[in-house]
Design a protein around this ligand. Structure first.
Ligand SMILES: [Mg+2]
Length: 277
């Protein structure tokens, strides 16, 4: 898939936590801010709560779907155990790094064809059950209306199947363009889907914010692409950002999508999409 931007944008940019090492045309230094943290705690890292003095340009947002735009309903632990078996699942869990877990799709690709088929059928069954109980995440509609009012693009990247994306669009009357499902390869955490969206939008990744509930998939995808990243951690399961390693540390952390509104207002200069008609 042809990509618009230089490979330099894949090189990790610096933030105020860590001195500049390598910079690229699309990777200006920036600050780290955790929207869900107290102003005092955030102040240790950046400028604290409120409007920052030096806002960054932002032209688009790219969302994860499951657990970000929709309420988590898939029991991933049960799904992984069904695919892998208890023993292999436990071994994967034991060997995973911070913020990690089981990358089930990559694991399946290593299996013989017959086992792959069985594994995909199990996943499809769990995902089908999830579709029956699909709910939109609180704050998602308001955030989308806000983005529409500001003429800011919104895209979607998910490791779920295209049918789930279609149902999401249909059921909630929202449209994310482009919306890439796992039929697009390689999938998250590879930066390819995000870079592909930036290419279609014809804007640099450094002017895009990737939002998702997975450090391993969403934040890593965004960071590798050179985009801003925001972790949605509703339950606080990821704990203190102080414990994150550099490769998974997001620029922002929120506990609700509603907090993204103030994050956008306070930290970014939103650049509206030009009308082409
Ligand atoms: Mg997710």
């Amino acid at each position: 898939m042809p990509l618009l931007f230089s490979p330099l944008c894949l090189i990790r940019r610096c933030c105020c936590f860590f001195p500049a090492v390598i910079s690229s045309p699309f990777s200006p230094p920036r600050c780290l801010h955790f929207a869900s943290m107290s102003a005092t705690a955030a102040g240790d890292r950046c400028t604290g709560a409120g409007v920052v003095a030096n806002k960054r340009r932002l032209q688009g947002l790219v969302f994860d779907m499951d657990g970000t735009l929709t309420v988590p309903v898939i029991d991933f632990g049960a799904m992984y155990r069904a695919v892998l078996g208890e023993e292999v699942y436990a071994a994967h869990r034991a060997s995973s790094a911070s913020g990690g877990g089981v990358d089930i799709l990559h694991h399946i690709e290593t299996l013989p064809p017959a086992e792959q088929q069985r594994a995909y059928e199990i996943i499809a069954r769990f995902e089908g059950q999830g579709l029956d109980r699909l709910q939109i995440m609180p704050g998602a509609l308001e955030l989308c209306r806000y983005l529409d009012s500001r003429k800011i693009r919104r895209g979607l990247i998910t490791r779920n199947m295209k049918a789930a994306v279609d149902l999401f669009h249909q059921r909630f009357g929202l449209e994310f363009v482009p919306a890439l499902s796992r039929e697009f390869r390689p999938y998250k955490p590879d930066p390819a889907p995000l870079l592909h969206i930036c290419s279609i939008w014809d804007i640099p990744p450094s002017e895009v914010l990737m939002i998702g509930d997975s450090l391993r998939d969403d934040v890593v995808c965004g960071k590798r692409a050179g985009a801003f990243t925001c972790l949605l951690d509703e339950t606080g399961k990821y704990g203190s950002p102080d414990t994150y390693t550099d490769d998974i540390r997001p620029d922002f952390k929120v506990s609700t999508l509603s907090q993204v509104l103030s994050l956008l207002e306070n930290h970014f200069d939103l650049i509206p999409q030009l009308q082409t008609t």
